[in-house]
Design a protein around this ligand. Structure first.
Ligand code: AMP
Ligand code: TRP
Length: 328
């Protein structure tokens, strides 16, 4: 079975990325040999990036993958731009994807905001590149957060469109899968917004590189409400429910068990326990990231070696696709 997923090397990796994606990858890697975890730098440049910061972010993202438990010998871990077949396949897909399908993508609407006319063409066709990432390796499963579901569905649609256009059964349908306990971690400042690497407020998220004091401060200052007690109600109490969700995702405990545990306890006791749980898991990861980043040459070597492996698989697909499309 082939599993493919990726994260953009932009900003700091958050516990949203960790709980929504990476933790799940580490689980899958235990039983699957065909895992490919990409650092999607070609996706990152759909919005302006400082070149030096982008280079740093690629290395930190790789370090975060490894520190979280991704094994770069067992799985294939590389940065997308090193394997040019991604963009080659994306171009072919651009030519079979109706504009109407792209107009339905909610992430483009969110990211482009009011300035739609000024957004890059790359941002608009971003989901086509994502479909190319997935289909280049004939991935069976794509473990991502809930926010990426629409993009994985588009990849299925594009696979179908390609097969119909060339009257073949070449691409099979990749399947969206998400973490069973957590699908969406929300901002610590606003429980109706996704926790995001690109939120202007650093207080809205916990980064994998945050030190213990910062984690503690961010949770203590996390917005809650004035309702008594700890219980789960995403409609009425989005912020408290988000903290319960985070607790559940780190511990694997059910929401019901957590609520029961805190029935007669105060908000600050709940927050303190949550802080301890987050630190227990994140501190060793942070320490490993820092250590790994002291050996950037080694990290670059890992990217190079793995890109070669990915390139071999990708080249086979591209050759077959070129033939189907009619290129000589
Ligand atoms: P991105 O930060 O957009 O590159 O996302 C990388 C991966 O992390 C994707 O699989 C996302 O679905 C997942 N992800 C990002 N933010 C969150 C969040 N707040 N909650 C759950 N999953 C997330
Ligand atoms: N679009 C994804 C995100 O922002 C990242 C991504 C790019 C991806 N290509 C992918 C995820 C292929 C899974 C498979 O989170």
């Amino acid at each position: 079975m082939t599993i493919f997923s990726g994260i953009q090397p932009t900003g700091n990796i958050t516990i949203g990325n960790y709980l929504g994606a990476i933790k799940n990858w580490v689980e899958m890697q235990k039983t699957e040999n065909g895992c490919i975890f990409c650092i999607v730098d070609s996706h990152a440049i759909t919005v302006p990036q400082d070149p030096n910061i982008l280079k740093e972010a690629i290395l930190t993202t790789l370090a975060a993958y490894i520190a979280s438990g991704i094994d770069a010998e067992k799985s294939i871990v590389y940065n997308q731009s090193k394997v040019h077949q991604h963009t080659e396949l994306a171009w072919i897909f651009n030519c079979i994807t109706p504009i109407g399908w792209l107009n339905r993508m909610t992430q483009f609407k969110d990211k482009a905001g009011k300035n739609k006319e000024k957004a890059s063409a790359g941002l608009y066709t971003y989901p086509v590149l994502m479909a190319a990432d997935i289909l280049l390796f004939h991935a069976d499963k794509v473990p991502v957060g809930e926010d990426q579901k629409q993009h994985v569905e588009l990849a299925r649609d594009i696979a179908g469109a390609f097969n119909r256009r060339f009257d073949v059964e070449y691409f099979s349908m990749p399947e969206f899968i998400t973490n069973k306990t957590t699908t969406r971690i929300m901002s610590l400042r606003d429980g109706t917004k996704k926790m995001s690497k690109s939120d202007p407020s650093d207080m809205s998220r916990i980064n994998l590189t945050d030190d213990n004091d910062t984690i503690s401060k961010k949770i203590r200052k996390a917005t809650t409400d004035s309702i008594e007690g700890i219980y789960f109600d995403e409609e009425q109490r989005p912020e408290v429910s988000n903290l319960i969700n985070i607790y559940a995702a780190f511990t694997g405990k059910s929401i019901a068990a957590i609520v029961e545990h805190f029935t007669s306890k105060q908000n600050n006791e709940f927050k303190q326990e949550l802080i301890d749980i987050i630190i227990a898991e994140i501190q060793p990861i942070r320490e490993k990231i820092i250590k790994l980043r002291q050996h950037d040459d080694h990290l670059k070597e890992i990217l190079g070696k793995n890109a070669e492996k990915a390139g071999l698989l990708a080249e086979k697909t591209i050759q077959e696709v070129r033939d189907l499309v009619g290129f000589l």
